[in-house]
Design a protein around this ligand. Structure first.
Ligand code: FAD
Length: 129
């Protein structure tokens, strides 16, 4: 979902013009796109690392799964939400598909154990109870 949102944001900012230039020429938006790509790749690598620990039945697979669930779902939502912002008012409308991605990704911070409960699990492994 986050990759799809970023792809849509890249396409839209390459097309939309404001103040006489494509909006992807504004450095403030380039920095936002750069951060979105960096955070998406970091989340993907973290997810694969946790999945690898599960596959290997590592002793700390539970902690890594909780950390990955918390981190990846937060980052995924943030990226989709920023992609909506980059679409301006159109992002809020049904037509561009971004608002649906934001709604769909939002629930993963709640489903399958909320991200607060993921923090409870992680903290327990750290403080030993
Ligand atoms: C679209 C959707 C589909 C779902 N599908 C399923 C399904 O197929 N099977 C299933 O079993 N469930 C399903 N659920 C339920 C989902 O798992 C729960 O909504 C989720 O676990 C949170 O429980 P709750 O809603 O009772 O929130 P609550 O437990 O009432 O929590 C409310 C808030 O308090 C926080 N909180 C609670 N306890 C603590 C604590 N100790 N420390 C810190 N914060 C805390 C929570 O993180 C949350 O922010 C679904 C939910 C949705 C929205």
């Amino acid at each position: 979902g986050a990759q799809s949102a970023l792809d849509k944001a890249l396409a839209y900012t390459a097309e939309r013009k404001a103040f006489g230039s494509k909006i992807n020429q504004f450095q403030a938006l380039q920095f936002k796109l750069a951060d979105m790509e960096t955070e998406l790749q970091a989340a993907r690598i973290f997810l694969y690392a946790a999945a690898s620990k599960l596959d290997r039945k590592a002793a700390d697979a539970g902690k890594w799964s909780a950390m990955a669930k918390r981190f990846v779902t937060d980052i995924g939502f943030d990226i989709a939400n920023q992609a909506l912002q980059l679409h301006g008012g159109y992002g809020y409308l049904h037509d561009y598909g971004i608002e649906k991605l934001v709604r769909d990704l939002r629930v993963h911070q709640i489903l399958e154990g909320t991200n607060e409960i993921m923090r409870v699990i992680i903290a327990r492994t750290l403080i030993g109870r």
